[in-house]
Design a protein around this ligand. Structure first.
Ligand SMILES: C[S@@+](CC[C@H](N)C(=O)[O-])C[C@H]1O[C@@H](n2cnc3c(N)ncnc32)[C@H](O)[C@@H]1O
Length: 261
């Protein structure tokens, strides 16, 4: 099973236009599989689907039994004549990958206007919430509130584009969220692109999970501190990133998985 998912991460993921790369895909895999092995139940949700790159990864990891809610405005490409709309391209990617979208579990609209009950009525409490929608402070504030109020006690929130100078308000939004929670939530893992947060009671559990995951052994685990909690920063050395890019660009993506063992 793990090898089929690794094949998806190192081969199929790049065929979908979008943003998640192997390091975060491997963090998603580690968290979701260990939650399942530890009987930490709950659904999965994502704000900011685009053409489904991270959504289909979640579908692949979750399998057909998991409820995965997709939330997006789906308003990109709508004015360009013959170009298929964002939503059609999303559905088409699902058909192509053999992971058809469950349209009952798609919300087409502005995430900042949603109420927590609209989400829990569809999928119940959430154990993994990926936030990658609007990147301004008002979006991150609203989306993190929605996630907090729908999250299972043991749930994880993955914030995208943290510490990216192109989107400075995302970092402000995440810091505001953590500080306003008064210590109820804390970060336990960071990559180049994402910050992973959980309730304080589960900080040790998730820290150990990250430290011991075989899928993450290829990275340097550097301890850092963020707003009062210890965070594992997963560093991906330049040499490996270059080797990976070279393999993908020269059509050798089937071998690129070896770089991350
Ligand atoms: C960076 S893309 C998401 C990338 C995606 N997770 C991937 O793996 O490729 C951001 C998405 O957020 C959506 N978005 C922006 N503002 C939003 C809002 N207020 N409500 C819902 N979706 C929003 C956009 O339509 C876009 O598809």
């Amino acid at each position: 099973m793990n090898s089929a998912i690794r094949k998806f991460i190192f081969h199929d993921l790049q065929t979908i236009e979008g943003y998640i790369d192997p390091p975060d895909a491997l963090v998603f895999l580690s968290l979701l599989q260990d939650q399942k092995d530890s009987d930490l139940a709950g659904a999965i949700a994502e704000i900011g689907v685009f053409y489904g790159r991270s959504y289909f990864l979640l579908r692949k990891i979750g399998g057909s039994d998991e409820k995965i809610l997709a939330i997006d405005l789906f308003d990109i490409d709508q004015t360009t004549g013959n170009t298929p709309s964002q939503y059609s391209r999303f559905l088409e990617n699902g058909r192509r990958l053999g992971l058809p979208v469950d349209e009952e579990l798609v919300i087409r609209g502005d995430s900042t206007r949603l109420e927590p009950a609209e989400l829990t009525a569809k999928i119940g409490k959430i154990r993994f919430f990926s936030i990658d929608g609007g990147h301004m402070l008002q979006h991150v504030t609203a989306d993190s509130r929605l996630a907090m109020e729908t999250l299972a006690d043991h749930g994880v929130i993955a914030f995208d584009d943290t510490f990216n100078p192109a989107w400075p308000e995302v970092t402000v939004g995440v810091a505001d969220f953590l500080r306003k929670s008064g210590g109820a939530f804390s970060a336990f893992c960071m990559t180049k692109y994402k910050t992973y947060v959980c309730r304080r009671e589960f900080h040790e559990f998730y820290s150990e999970l990250i430290a011991n995951s075989a899928n993450l052994a290829a990275f340097d685990h550097v301890e850092t501190e963020f707003l009062g909690s210890k965070v594992a920063r997963l560093h991906n050395p330049l040499g490996r990133r270059m080797a990976y890019e070279l393999m993908v660009r020269s059509g050798m993506s089937a071998f690129s998985e070896r770089v991350y063992r």
